[in-house]
Design a protein around this ligand. Structure first.
Ligand SMILES: *Cc1c(COP(=O)(O)O)cnc(C)c1O
Length: 831
């Protein structure tokens, strides 16, 4: 047990206001938005490039958190006196303090602990090793990919006295990071998965990178690795020597402990022959339930550990048979009756449950929050205590309804108290009595241990859809948001354009994420789009760019702020405002776009109107829009526009008698005119992964990817044509033609037809042949013999850049994104 007063000696810090000196430290907290149980939580105020945890102290204090680790006191708003009941630990480096506390926690347990690092496969190797060893051990492992400087300490903190084995992954991007992770993990066993080129940027050389990673293994008794990676082998032998390594190889020429050769690889499985030299020569054959190379390598690491532990051979095969692909991400899926399902059907231990509940709590309130939960496995706790802990988590995360599935959770129903709840003995029992109408407009977390097969529940919830989806990567979206944020002067606000269904990506989901990441403003084109956001729980200020007079009541009812761009609109709005208080307005000034807005010549009359109506009109901002922000050839014109804006806005402010927010720049402008960010910028296409000026495209990540499936494959004899109108030349040779489940009604433009467009199938490009039909189109896959029905075909995404697809039909990425029709289901995921 760790109490607050222990922390000074442990971290070299100083206690201030040691008030609750004997307070127990039970939870480590890094994110002010994720306070589960405030009592016993120790908050670390960590500084990052975008973010300073010290800013959230008052908020946390108000939520009931009393223990804080901070790095200097001036950062505490109002001084310590504002936190009369709190204890502060003041240290040089709050991250180092977190790591020291984790390291101390780790030292209390004398159990074997695996440390896993390498360029790829860390998470999968960790998950599979845990699956393979779970019949023999009670395992504490990193949740998901918690392998960073903060993720590792949080993972290690989960260790408790009932665990018999720890498995933690460590990932680094810069020199010196690994020594700190090694301190927290203190592995006794290690796996070095492989070495690739990821994160090369942070290291002077490949050698430096291997040496840094190897630091994780300084203290291990045994390191496992594939000897075919020469660089790993050289470093491991230099540092650890033969006695402390256990190696495998695919090349018989090498002297390794285990020699592996693939004797057969076929659809979905790989048969390997394994030869062990020691303690006595023996040979076995195993079947791995995977065929792709990365999975085979990852599974072999696990197999080798089982051999080393001398698990009986028949038993090893049984465990391999049960290996399942690891779902690396939590997906949010549209479901029936306007519900959303958070799909987390891969495993269900306490740490994983907590993370999934955090994700659920981040969704805004829109109807109920429901949890469908299986028995929680591998906690190592007595069942009564386990379910008491689970029950305590639910109200803290806003769960209002529980569906428990499984014998154990059912036996502890009473623990869940007042919550609306239902229990079923098995997944089958739930599905048999499943009635869709019992779920309406809720956000449903489906969290189940593998063996419960909860993917069947997710399927039952998913609307029947046709084979085309737009996948939206929420992590990429946040990455892009931060890219633009990092370019802003401190204090510059960020308005994000979520018009047109958030550029096709899904307005409410994107807006929700932006709200979570503290954007300042949202903007939509029409009042109805704003109403939709409000009805989905979005509370950020929203600007409506094109408000019609008949929407004014909606603006008032839903607190939506109109852009006013003409005297007609202004008069209409004033009429409404004389009757009842109306939301603040944004004045659109036309400086050269000549689309909407007050011209410079209009200003005297505008200012007079503002002065006259000061009593019942509130003005929040003035804005203008550049006509050519993305192109250097228009720089002079852009500068003239900005100069006009700077002449016009002081007049408006003088008329109002107070300052207002001034904003002019869109995504391209943010990058190209850093001196004109003013009070706010308006981020649009950049958030969705397209850098309109083209200068910084590499710094952004693609956000959406449109994919469809192959419905059927036909062989076309020479002399035939494909599709309507018999367009395109009759084929000269026999061809294989894949019919894809996407057409112009999905937003797949007809201009892609007749070999203008290409899609990606099994990593290769396939041209679209013939005309694009309403719901289908055809691709030539003659050169992709492996292509088969149900394969996916990428229309745009990582492998087919949006910009390229747009250029092929002579349009711009904006149009392709916003054309994806609403009948295409959106799937949102975070890695
Ligand atoms: C759409 C829009 C933006 C955003 O433009 P991007 O080029 O997508 O960044 C900014 N301001 C106004 C007025 C807009 O209509």
């Amino acid at each position: 047990m760790l109490v607050f007063s222990d922390l000074a000696a442990l971290t070299g810090g100083r206690l201030l206001q040691a008030a609750p000196a004997e307070a127990r430290v039970q939870h480590l907290l890094l994110d002010s938005r994720r306070v589960g149980q405030p009592a016993g939580s120790l908050f670390f105020a960590i500084r990052g490039a975008q973010h300073d945890g010290h800013r959230y102290l008052p908020d946390l204090y108000q939520q009931g958190v009393r223990l804080f680790v901070v790095d200097h006191l001036t950062a505490i708003a109002g001084g310590v006196a504002a936190f009369p009941e709190a204890g502060f630990l003041v240290v040089d480096d709050t991250l180092a303090a977190l790591q020291a506390i984790a390291a101390r926690h780790r030292r209390q347990f004398r159990i074997p602990v695996f440390g896993i690092t390498g360029s790829n496969g860390k998470t999968i190797v960790k998950e599979w090793l845990a699956q393979l060893l779970s019949p023999d051990e009670l395992i504490c492992k990193s949740p998901r990919s918690y392998n960073s400087q903060v993720g590792v300490p949080l993972s290690v903190w989960e260790l408790n006295a009932t665990h018999t084995l720890g498995i933690f992954e460590a990932g680094i991007s810069q020199p010196t990071e690994m020594a700190r992770l090694a301190q927290a993990i203190q592995p006794t066993l290690g796996i070095f998965t492989n070495l690739g080129t990821a994160h090369d940027a942070g290291f002077a050389s490949g050698q430096e990178k291997v040496a840094e990673k190897m630091m994780l293994f300084e203290g291990v008794d045994t390191l496992f690795y594939c000897r075919d990676h020469e660089a790993i082998h050289a470093a491991a032998q230099a540092r650890l020597g033969l006695a402390r390594t256990f190696t495998w190889s695919r090349h018989h020429a090498y002297d390794s402990h285990v020699a592996v050769s693939v004797i057969e690889a076929s659809a979905g499985r790989t048969v390997v022959r394994v030869t062990l030299e020691r303690p006595r020569p023996q040979e076995h054959t195993f079947t791995l339930p995977f065929a792709d190379e990365p999975s085979v390598e990852n599974a072999l690491h696990g197999l080798v550990v089982l051999l080393w532990r001398q698990v009986p051979v028949a038993e090893i095969q049984q465990r391999l048979d049960r290996l399942l692909p690891v779902a690396m991400r939590l997906e949010m899926k549209q479901a029936l009756n306007d519900c959303y399902v958070l799909d987390d059907t891969y495993n269900n231990d306490l740490a994983g449950l907590r993370l999934a509940l955090d994700a659920l709590a981040r969704q805004p309130r829109r109807g109920r929050r429901t949890l469908i939960l299986s028995d929680v496995l591998e906690s190592g706790l007595p069942a009564a205590e386990l379910y008491a802990r689970v029950a305590a988590l639910l109200p803290a995360h806003g769960v209002e309804r529980l569906v428990g599935i499984g014998p154990e959770i059912g036996a502890h129903q009473a623990t869940f108290g007042e919550l609306s709840r239902a229990f079923f003995s098995s997944t089958e029992a739930f599905l048999t009595s499943f009635r869709p109408e019992q779920f309406h407009q809720e956000t449903i977390l489906v969290k189940g241990a593998r063996r419960f097969g909860f993917e069947r529940i997710v399927a039952a919830f998913q609307q029947k859809i046709h084979g085309t989806v737009l996948e939206v990567n929420l992590d990429a979206l946040v990455h892009n948001l931060n890219f633009y944020r990092a370019r802003l002067q401190p204090g510059t606000r960020l308005m994000v354009m979520v018009k047109a269904f958030a550029y096709g990506s899904g307005s409410y989901e994107v807006a929700n994420l932006l709200q979570f990441h503290r954007a300042d403003y949202l903007a939509v084109a029409y009042a109805d789009e704003g109403v939709d956001l409000r009805q989905h729980g979005i509370s950020l200020p929203v600007m409506v760019m094109n408000p019609s007079p008949d929407s004014f009541q909606k603006l008032r009812q839903y607190h939506l702020e109109p852009e006013i761009y003409s005297f007609e609109r202004l008069q209409e709005y004033l009429r409404a405002a004389q009757e009842q208080a109306m939301p603040a307005i944004h004045l659109k000034l036309d400086t050269g776009m000549h689309r909407l807005g007050f011209a410079e010549a209009d200003l005297p009359a505008l200012c007079a109107a503002l002065r006259e109506n000061a009593a019942h009109l509130r003005v929040a901002s003035a804005l203008t829009h550049l006509a050519g922000a993305d192109e250097a050839q228009h720089n002079d014109f852009s500068r003239q526009q900005l100069a006009a804006f700077q002449r016009m806005t002081p007049l408006v402010e003088a008329a109002l008698g107070h300052p207002i927010l001034k904003h002019a720049l869109n995504s391209a402008g943010i990058v190209r005119f850093p001196d004109a960010h003013y009070d706010m910028v308006r981020l649009g296409i950049g958030l969705y992964g397209v850098e309109a000026s083209g200068q910084e495209q590499d710094a952004l990540r693609p956000v959406s990817s449109l994919r469809t499936t192959i419905s059927q494959i036909k062989t076309l004899a020479a002399g035939h044509t494909v599709g309507y109108g018999r367009r395109g030349e009759a084929v000269e040779h026999e061809r294989r033609i894949a019919t894809l489940a996407i057409g112009y009604a999905d937003g797949y433009d007809r201009r892609f037809g007749n070999e203008v467009g290409e899609v990606i199938i099994r990593g290769q490009r396939a041209p679209i042949i013939g005309n694009v039909c309403m719901d289908m189109c055809m691709a030539d896959v003659t050169h992709i013999p492996a292509a088969q029905p149900d394969d996916s075909a990428v229309v745009f995404g990582e492998e087919m850049p949006l910009r390229e697809a747009a250029t092929r039909i002579g349009t711009i990425p904006y149009e392709l994104l916003t054309n994806v029709s609403e009948r295409v289901k959106r799937v949102f995921f975070a890695e």
